[in-house]
Design a protein around this ligand. Structure first.
Ligand SMILES: C[S@@+](CC[C@H](N)C(=O)[O-])C[C@H]1O[C@@H](n2cnc3c(N)ncnc32)[C@H](O)[C@@H]1O
Length: 224
């Protein structure tokens, strides 16, 4: 009896330690094998058919994993295109119980994305909006805990500044097409200024994932 109580106490302490160490988040994922099959089938049928500046598959899987790992529930995507990244994010949100707002300025791409979300069986997890993200992002109330920024690159810093007050502490802001020169010299253009800006913020911790198109992953560690 005494040993059993000690064992329970040890498991409890270890769980708390793991949670506070940020290694894992207490979470229970929603299980829906039928939806998993539908999404997988859609992605496999569409493989090689994404020609509208869509992310590489490896980045899709990265976004999926980040949402699951963080147990994020309130996501924003800037730059839907025809919906590939949105599908990976929304698929993960279908398991955490969350929802995605995604914004696209091009009407044809927006319509195609809405069609793709439906085919993948993910429409109920996505609020797709047609419009200019320069104004729509400012108008959004939030709060968000996951963001994927993948629209006009010269506006990246503005998007970040507009979303930052609406991003929860512990939330994750991801940005696509960010690279660093491998020879150690500074990269140029939007990528360099964006990297320099985000890295100058002491309340964010950023890492660059270069497996695909270059994803800067920035965790908000404190409000300021
Ligand atoms: C790189 S693509 C996005 C790809 C998408 N994330 C995917 O992987 O499927 C960038 C998209 O942002 C859209 N875009 C560019 N400027 C925008 C703006 N100001 N507001 C909203 N969307 C914009 C473009 O029309 C384009 O479809």
């Amino acid at each position: 009896m005494k040993t059993k109580s000690i064992n329970i106490a040890v498991v409890f302490v270890l769980t708390l330690t793991a949670i506070f160490a940020g290694q894992t988040k207490a979470q229970s994922l929603i299980v829906n094998p039928a939806l998993d099959e539908r999404v997988k089938k859609f992605l496999s049928e569409q493989s090689g058919q994404w020609h509208d500046l869509n992310i590489p598959e490896v980045d899709g899987r990265l976004l999926y994993d980040l949402v699951i790992k963080g147990n994020y529930k309130s996501a924003l995507e800037i730059g839907t295109s025809t919906g590939l990244s949105g599908i990976y994010i929304a698929w993960a949100l279908s398991k955490t119980g969350g929802k995605l707002i995604t914004i696209e300025i091009d009407e044809n791409r927006y319509k195609k994305a809405v069609e793709n979300f439906k085919k993948a069986g993910l429409s109920e997890y996505i609020d797709a909006r047609l419009g200019n993200a320069h104004t729509l992002v400012k108008e959004l109330k939030g709060p968000f805990d996951f963001v994927f920024s993948d629209a006009d690159k010269d506006w990246y810093i503005n998007y970040f500044k507009d979303v930052d007050p609406k991003l929860k502490v512990g939330g994750c802001f991801t940005t696509h097409n960010i690279s660093e020169r491998s020879d150690g010299r500074r990269s140029s253009g939007y990528s360099a200024s964006y990297l320099q800006y985000v890295r100058s913020l002491s309340n964010y911790e950023s890492t660059l994932n270069s497996a695909g198109g270059g994803v800067l992953i920035s965790y908000k560690r404190a409000e300021k």
